[in-house]
Design a protein around this ligand. Sequence first.
Ligand code: FAD
Length: 349
Amino acid sequence: MQTEKIVIIGGGQAALSVAWYLMRAGLPFVILDDNEMPGGAWLHGWESLRLFSPASYSSLPGWLMPPSVSEGFPTRNEVVTYLTAYEKRYGFNIQRPVKVRTVERAGDGFRVVTDKGEWQSEAVISATGTWSNPYIPDIPGRDLFEGEQVHSADYNRPDRFMGKTVLVVGGGNSGAQIHAELSEVCNSTWVTQTPPGFLPDDVDGRVLFERATAIAQGKSEASAYSFANIVMVPPVRAARDRGVLHSRPSFKAMTRTGVIWADGTETQVDAVVWCTGFRPALAHLANLGVIEKDGKVAVDAIGRSLKAPRLWLLGYGDWTGFASATLIGGARAARDTARSIQAEFGERV
Ligand code: FAD
């Protein structure tokens, strides 16, 4: 059994952000990450995935992300390169690959059980993201379908769908981007529950974040722009200009060879790409009895568990800090997490 004051579970952008603040505060920690390499979820995104914002709006604390060398906003690989260099620069104690199987109460702290041994800690920060817990809706007949089904979490590039008939399901950015690139190589139909909303061409993550921050700080009324609407990144704009950026409402069931639409008509399809989102990856916390019916943990305003007060959650979305699933929002949330931990242990920055 190893001992460390704070165990951070997960080694993505959220973990690195809070690690920086803990390092600055002189609080000892270890990061346990089940990936083979640095980069968190960005290691698994599809090849053409880019940030919605320029590098200057996508930085972790202490060190700006270098500007993108390719045209446009930083690529997935540039984000991975930045995260890799970041953790090396600060020399964080990161153990990889280490999968945390379960966290249990032990005295005032925790016993963190992994596939590489156990850690005893006074506090735990869970920063495991959502990428490893993809969500697919329970559509009748889904198990019968003999074609290919892939979630966006495992989608990589369009080539393997070349010439096929494909349904892309999901009205968010993933669905729009994957449909946009598939529509160039195959017969792709975009399927959404409700008609998708699009942001103006000149509104990117930078504008969204500034507006949302102003609203959160009470400096602005409700914004016309929503994070729920689709950002018109170049491939999506190009699909619109080719006249293929339109969707049809969801199907009601699947068959061995295709889908049945609400009006009872059937379409034969080769593959379905589920761009239907993710749920927080929290299975390792199940034994603590903190996971609620909605699959989340009840937390205070900065993501501290109400039922296990030395457990903090970071990076899962607005419920663990405003915009905390983004690089810039996660960095702010991480500062609050670190302050809360310092207050708990009676130490100052
Ligand atoms: P992750 O990056 O998922 O890191 C969590 C780490 O924990 C992973 O390494 C995982 O393997 C590990 N882990 C999980 N379970 C365990 C366990 N039990 N034990 C040990 N390790 C574990 N964000 C932006 O900031 N800007 C953008 O423009 C942007 N665009 C996006 C576009 C799309 C289409 C999508 C889908 C996402 C986008 N995001 C963007 C969001 C971003 O990709 C993720 O929200 C972000 O990576 C979450 O960071 P994280 O550190 O919380 O989690």
